[in-house]
Design a protein around this ligand. Structure first.
Ligand SMILES: [Zn+2]
Ligand SMILES: [Zn+2]
Length: 282
């Protein structure tokens, strides 16, 4: 039932499977969803997808092989007018901005549409049974009479789209897009430019902030907690170095034309060597 679904300037096209041959339409024009009757049982409605508490909009890579494939953008930053293509920060999949709608957002749009359809169906039933605004009709009137009542069911509840909350925020130095990623990313989601080092820098920055906070934590929680903090920061630094080297190696192998299997085989050989600078140099 869902045709086209657009999120920035969102639009939802609906075409009910069965034609309802009645005077009353399934969807009433206007209302909070700005419903328009396009004829031939096609309707257009405007659905505003809620943003998270920071005003960010969740996005999902249409490429099913992409991992994590999930990111966020802050509307109003980056390319603000006439954007024809958007990019996945992880795999640089190129598609129209509409194609990055998340499964949760599509579900939310469908829920709103179904809720609206319920209202229409209730009206159609009232009309078909000739019940009038009271929802009641009396047959006969003499000795035997019968009363028919239709009680409309409660409207389905619309659940807000829920998105995960593990994140790193980065502003693209080229197009100013404020974006959120959930893993080591390479590309800007709006301009598609390589901002790998900006991502690495942001990740290093988080660890640096934690190191700077150790003295405060020592005063607050004691020496043992401070030592653990430092240990964790060292581990993080090694993890960032390893992930960065892996991403760069993967890119270099793909760049020289290796197949996905060849790339994976090479990285398997590398194992955890990137956790050591000496072994990395080898
Ligand atoms: Zn992707
Ligand atoms: Zn950019």
């Amino acid at each position: 039932m869902l045709g086209l679904f657009q999120s920035r300037g969102s639009r939802l096209w609906l075409s009910p499977a069965a034609t309802v041959n009645m005077t009353r339409k399934l969807f009433q024009p206007g209302g909070p969803l700005g419903i328009r009757d396009l004829g031939n049982d096609r309707y257009q409605m405007q659905i505003t997808i809620p943003k998270d508490q920071d005003g960010r909009l969740a996005r999902e890579c249409p490429n099913s092989d992409c991992s994590p494939g999930y990111f966020k953008v802050k509307p109003g930053t980056g390319i603000t007018d006439g954007q024809t293509f958007a990019y996945c920060p992880y795999c640089r999949h190129e598609a129209t901005p509409t194609d990055f709608t998340t499964g949760e957002q599509v579900r939310y749009g469908k829920d709103l549409a179904v809720r609206e359809a319920h209202k229409g169906i209730q009206g159609i039933i009232n009309d078909a049974l000739d019940l009038g605004p009271s929802g009641k009709r009396k047959f006969g009137g003499g000795f035997i009479s019968m009363e028919m009542t239709y009680k409309p069911g409660t409207l389905p509840h619309v659940r807000q789209p829920f998105e995960d909350e593990v994140r790193r925020d980065v502003v693209c130095p080229h197009c100013t897009l404020d974006q959120t990623v959930f893993g080591l990313a390479t590309w800007c989601a709006d301009c598609g430019v390589d901002i790998f080092l900006t991502h690495v820098g942001a990740e290093v920055g988080v660890t640096r902030d934690m190191v700077r906070d150790i003295e405060r934590r020592r005063e607050l929680l004691g020496n043992r907690a401070a030592a653990k903090d430092l240990e964790n920061c060292l581990e993080d630094a090694v993890s960032i170095f390893e992930a960065t080297m892996k991403a760069m190696t993967r890119r270099w192998l793909e760049g020289r034309g290796d197949s996905i299997n060849q790339v994976e085989a090479q990285l398997k050989k590398v194992g955890n060597s990137f956790q050591s600078i000496a072994r990395t140099q080898e």
